[in-house]
Design a protein around this ligand. Structure first.
Ligand SMILES: C[S@@+](CC[C@H](N)C(=O)[O-])C[C@H]1O[C@@H](n2cnc3c(N)ncnc32)[C@H](O)[C@@H]1O
Length: 408
C-alpha cells in the first residue's frame, strides 16, 4: 500500500501463506491482509474490500510474481462462484496447502505439537466430475443456481458444474419453489432431484430434473468396495464415491480392530463404516438420527448376511447416555459427525464409556481439533491423523484420526 497502507484502497504485498478457507495471507504495515486466489511466495497488487479491527480483506488486482504452482482454472464460473477456492493451483500443491492447514489448525486450535505425525493428504482419484450431489439455491426470478462468492444471497445460474458427475445445464429448469433448495443427485448415471427447506427438511419426493415428473422411487443404490449400499433418496452419502475404497481401507487400518471387540459406529448413515468393520469385530452397532437411513442400513446388513450388526435410529447423545448408565463395555467407537463436530453430551458420555480406541472421521478440521483436545485432556493419545482430499478444488477435506487410551 502507499504511504498509509491501511487507509489506501490499493496495496502491494507478499503472500506468505494460504489460510484454511482458501485466502492468501500477507501483511501491510503490520496488519494481516486476506486475499483470495493467490499463493504463498507471490507478490500481488490488491484492492481493500473490507476493514476489520485487526485485519483487512482485499481482492486481487494483479499477480506481479506468479508462483510456479499457479495454473489455469478450468471452469468459467471460477472466481464468481462460492464453491471452488483452488482451481488456480496445481493439484499437487492443493494437497500440500491443505496438509499444512491441517497441521496449523491442530497446533493453533487443538494445542497439539507441530511434530504430531499427520500423514500426507491422500489425493482423490478424480479431480473433476467427482461429486454425486449438488445443492442449488433459488434466485429471485424463480430459477436455480449457485451462490455468488462472498454474496450468498445473490444467485447466478449456470450451464455446467465441472465438479458434478454429470454434465448438466442447470439454467434450463424454471422450478419455482420460493425459499426451497433444489438438491440434484446422481443414481445409476442419471440425475434425480428433490427439494429441501432451509432447515434441511426434505419437502418433496424424488423427481426427474428434465420433466419434473415424480420418479416414484425411494431408494438409490451404490456399490462400494464389494458392498452394496441401498440409501434412501435423501440419505446422507459421501459425495465423492471414487475415493471411497481408499477411505474405507484407511478407516479399517486406523481402527485396527480385534476379533473380540465390541464396537459402535456413531452417525452411521446407511452403515457404510458399520458394514466395512463388521467382519473384523465381535459385535457392532450403528447409530443414526435419520430413520429412513437406518431402515436401509438394516436391509444392507441383512443382504450382506452380517449377523453381528444392529442399528439404532436415535441421536448419538441418547444412545451413549443409556450405554454409559448401563455401563456397557465398548472397545471401539467409530464416529463421523456433521461438520459442527461433537456435542458436549457426546463427549462426556464417551469419556464415561472410555472405549479403548476412538476413530474420529471428520470434514471439519477445526471442530475435530477442539474435540480431540478434550479426549487427549481426558487421557487419550492422538496417535494417527490421515487426511484425504474428498473435495478437490474446494477448501474442504476429510480426515481419519485414531485416539487411544494407553494400555495400563
Ligand atoms: C457426515 S454424515 C456421516 C454418515 C456416514 N458415516 C457415512 O459416511 O455415510 C453425518 C450423519 O450424522 C447424522 N446425524 C446428525 N446428527 C446426529 C445425531 N445427533 N445423532 C446421530 N446421528 C446424527 C446425519 O443424519 C448424517 O447421516
Amino acid at each position: 500500500m502507499s504511504s498509509t497502507a491501511t487507509s489506501s484502497p490499493e496495496c502491494e504485498l507478499e503472500i506468505t501463506d494460504v489460510a484454511f478457507g482458501g485466502d492468501g495471507v500477507g501483511r501491510v504495515d503490520g496488519r494481516v491482509v486476506f486475499v483470495p486466489f493467490v499463493l504463498a511466495g507471490e507478490r500481488v497488487r490488491a484492492r481493500v474490500s473490507k476493514r476489520k479491527h485487526r485485519f483487512l480483506f482485499a481482492e486481487p488486482l494483479e499477480v506481479l510474481t506468479p508462483s510456479v504452482h499457479r495454473t489455469c482454472p478450468f471452469c468459467p464460473y471460477f472466481g464468481q462462484c462460492g464453491g471452488c477456492q483452488y482451481q488456480h493451483v496445481t493439484y499437487e500443491e492443493q494437497l500440500r496447502i491443505k496438509h499444512k492447514q491441517l497441521v496449523d489448525i491442530l497446533t493453533r486450535l487443538g494445542g497439539f505439537s507441530p511434530e504430531l505425525p499427520v500423514a500426507p493428504m491422500l489425493p482423490s482419484p478424480r479431480q473433476t466430475r467427482y461429486r454425486n450431489r449438488i445443492d442449488l439455491h433459488p434466485a429471485a426470478d424463480g430459477t436455480y443456481g449457485f451462490c455468488v462468492r462472498k454474496r450468498p444471497r445473490d444467485i447466478f445460474t449456470l450451464h455446467d458444474c465441472p465438479l458434478f458427475e454429470l454434465q448438466q445445464d442447470f439454467s434450463h429448469y424454471p422450478l419455482r419453489r420460493p425459499n426451497q433448495l433444489l438438491v440434484v443427485r446422481t443414481h445409476a448415471g442419471a440425475p434425480y432431484c428433490y427439494f429441501k427447506d432451509d432447515r434441511n427438511n426434505v419437502t418433496s419426493e424424488a423427481f426427474d430434473l428434465a420433466t419434473q415428473a415424480p420418479l416414484g422411487v425411494t431408494d438409490a443404490v451404490f456399490d462400494v468396495a464389494g458392498m452394496r449400499l441401498v440409501t434412501h433418496y435423501a440419505s446422507f452419502f459421501q459425495v465423492n464415491r471414487w475415493i471411497l475404497p481408499t477411505f474405507l481401507d484407511i478407516v479399517l487400518r486406523t481402527a485396527a480392530p480385534e476379533p473380540s471387540w465390541r464396537a459402535v459406529d456413531l452417525y452411521c448413515g446407511v452403515g457404510i463404516f458399520t458394514l466395512a468393520l463388521a467382519p473384523y469385530v465381535a459385535q457392532i452397532t450403528g447409530v443414526e438420527l435419520h430413520s429412513e437411513s437406518i431402515v436401509r442400513a438394516d436391509r444392507n446388513a441383512r443382504a450382506a448376511a452380517q449377523t453381528n450388526v444392529s442399528f439404532a435410529a436415535e441421536a448419538a447423545e441418547s444412545w451413549l447416555a443409556r450405554a454409559a448408565t448401563e455401563r456397557r463395555s465398548l472397545d471401539l467407537c467409530v464416529m463421523d459427525p456433521p461438520r459442527t463436530g461433537l456435542t458436549n453430551k457426546v463427549v462426556s458420555a464417551l469419556k464415561k464409556l472410555a472405549p479403548r480406541v476412538i476413530v474420529y472421521i471428520s470434514c471439519g478440521p477445526d471442530t475435530f481439533a477442539r474435540d480431540a483436545r478434550k479426549f487427549v485432556d481426558a487421557g487419550y493419545n492422538l496417535t494417527a491423523v490421515q487426511p484425504l482430499d474428498l473435495f478437490p478444488h474446494t477448501k474442504h477435506f476429510e480426515l481419519v484420526a485414531r485416539l487411544e487410551r494407553p494400555r495400563s
